[in-house]
Design a protein around this ligand. Structure first.
Ligand SMILES: Nc1nc2c(ncn2[C@@H]2O[C@H](COP(=O)(O)OP(=O)(O)O)[C@@H](O)[C@H]2O)c(=O)[nH]1
Ligand SMILES: [Mg+2]
Ligand SMILES: [Zn+2]
Length: 351
C-alpha cells in the first residue's frame, strides 16, 4: 500500500469547500424536488397498479393503461410490485417523474423472502397463486416441494405444483413420479404435468393464469426461465437488451416486475424471487404448514410433543394408520432438522 501524502492547508480548504458546495446543491435540488409534490402542483387522487419499484421511485399503470414513473412520498412505506396505490399527477412534472404516490391499498397477500439484512422482506403484493415448478431433471425431490409448500402456506398464497420436462420420462418413471404426486393431490393440492419442450400441458397451464396474479418459483434448472420466456416473449427481449447494453443486467433484473399475459392475468417475475429460504419460520408454524397435520395439532399427550418417538403422539398414530404419508412425515422432520442446522450456523438453508 502506498503511503498517503499529508494534504497541504490549501488542499484541505479546497476539499472542505467542495464538500460544502456539494451538500448545499443536494439540499437545493431536494427542496426544488419537494416543491413539485406540493398540493397546488398536484391533480386529483387516482388509483394505479405498481409495475415495479426501485428506490424512491415506482413505475405504475393507471386505470387507462398509461405507464408513469412516480416519486414515492417518504411517508408511504414499502411499496412493492403488485401493489394498488393512490397517486396524484404533477401539473408541472419534475424531470421524468410524472406524479407522486401518496398511499397504498391494503394487500390481499404478500410474497416475502428472508433477507440477510432486513429479516423478512416483502418483494411482491397481491399474488393469487404460486406456481411451484419441479422437474424429473436435475432430480425429482419431494422434500424441496415440501419446503416451498411450507413457505406458500405460511404466506397464505395458494400453491400449484407443476412438474416440467415430462418429455424426459419413460412411462415407468412417469408412473412412479405420478404416484408421489398423488400424495399431494390427496392432500388437496393441484398438480399439473407439462413439458416446455413438447408443449404438453401448456394450454392448461395458460388457462390457470387467466385473471390471476401469479409467480413461478422453484429450484434452479427446472425450466422456469424457459417457461416464463415462452409466456412473455417480449420481456425476454427486454432483459437481453438491458444486459447487453449496460452490463447492468444482473442488477436490473433483480427488480420484481409485473407483466401482463397475452390472455389476461399478470405474471410477477424477477429471477431473484424465484427461489427462497425458510429459516425465518417458527418450528410450530412449519408443523401447521403441513396442512394434513392440522387436524391433529394440539391433541398429542405432551404439549411439547416433537411428533417423533413421544408417547401419545397423534401424528405418529395417524402415520401408522396410513392417514399421513411416510414421505411427508419424513420430509417434515428433515425440514425441522435443516432449520436447526441453519440457525446454528447462522446461514439460511436455501429451499
Ligand atoms: N427436456 C426438457 N428440457 C427443458 C424443458 N424445459 C426446460 N428445459 C431445459 O432445462 C434447462 C434449464 O432451464 P431454465 O429455464 O434455465 O431453468 P431455470 O433455472 O429454472 O430457469 C435448459 O437447458 C432448458 O432448455 C423441458 O420441458 N424439457
Ligand atoms: Mg432461470
Ligand atoms: Zn405429537
Amino acid at each position: 500500500m502506498t503511503k498517503r501524502k499529508k494534504l497541504s492547508n490549501g488542499q484541505s480548504r479546497r476539499i472542505q469547500a467542495n464538500h460544502e458546495k456539494r451538500l448545499s446543491t443536494a439540499k437545493q435540488s431536494g427542496t426544488k424536488n419537494d416543491d413539485s409534490w406540493q398540493s397546488d402542483n398536484l391533480g386529483v387522487a387516482e388509483s394505479a397498479l405498481v409495475i415495479s419499484r426501485f428506490g424512491q421511485h415506482a413505475d405504475i399503470e393507471t386505470s387507462n393503461n398509461e405507464r408513469l414513473r412516480c416519486n414515492i412520498r417518504r411517508t408511504v412505506s414499502n411499496i412493492v410490485c403488485g401493489d394498488r396505490v393512490i397517486f396524484r399527477r404533477a401539473k408541472v412534472s419534475a424531470g421524468d417523474l410524472a406524479g407522486v404516490i401518496e398511499a397504498v391499498e391494503e394487500r390481499t397477500s404478500q410474497l416475502t423472502r428472508p433477507d440477510f439484512y432486513d429479516g423478512v422482506k416483502v418483494v411482491a403484493a397481491n399474488i393469487d397463486q404460486i406456481l411451484m415448478v419441479s422437474a424429473a431433471l436435475p432430480e425429482f425431490t419431494p422434500n424441496i416441494i415440501d419446503r416451498y409448500l411450507v413457505a406458500c402456506e405460511d404466506m397464505g398464497i395458494e400453491p400449484i405444483l407443476i412438474l416440467n420436462k415430462t418429455d424426459l420420462l419413460s412411462a415407468d418413471t412417469l408412473a412412479e413420479i405420478d404416484a408421489v404426486l398423488d400424495i399431494y393431490r390427496n392432500i388437496g393440492y393441484r398438480v399439473h404435468l407439462i413439458s416446455t419442450k413438447t408443449g404438453q400441458g401448456i394450454d392448461e397451464l395458460k388457462a390457470l393464469l387467466v385473471d390471476k396474479n401469479s409467480i413461478f418459483v422453484g429450484q434452479s434448472g427446472v425450466g422456469k426461465s424457459t417457461l416464463v420466456n415462452s409466456l412473455l416473449p417480449d420481456s425476454q427481449i427486454l432483459t437481453q437488451i438491458v444486459s447487453e447494453n449496460s452490463g447492468l443486467g444482473q442488477h436490473t433484473t433483480t427488480v420484481s416486475t409485473l407483466h401482463h399475459l397475452p390472455s389476461g392475468g399478470n405474471l410477477i417475475d424477477s429471477p431473484g424471487i424465484r427461489e427462497f429460504g425458510l429459516w425465518h419460520i417458527d418450528p410450530d408454524r412449519v408443523t401447521w404448514c403441513f396442512t394434513e397435520f392440522r387436524e391433529y395439532l394440539g391433541g398429542c399427550k405432551f404439549r411439547d410433543c416433537k411428533h417423533l418417538n413421544d408417547p401419545g403422539c397423534l401424528l405418529t398414530t395417524a402415520l401408522k394408520e396410513g392417514k399421513i404419508s411416510q414421505l411427508r412425515f419424513d420430509s417434515y422432520h428433515k425440514i425441522l432438522l435443516s432449520m436447526e442446522d441453519g440457525r446454528a450456523g447462522a446461514r439460511n438453508p436455501r429451499v
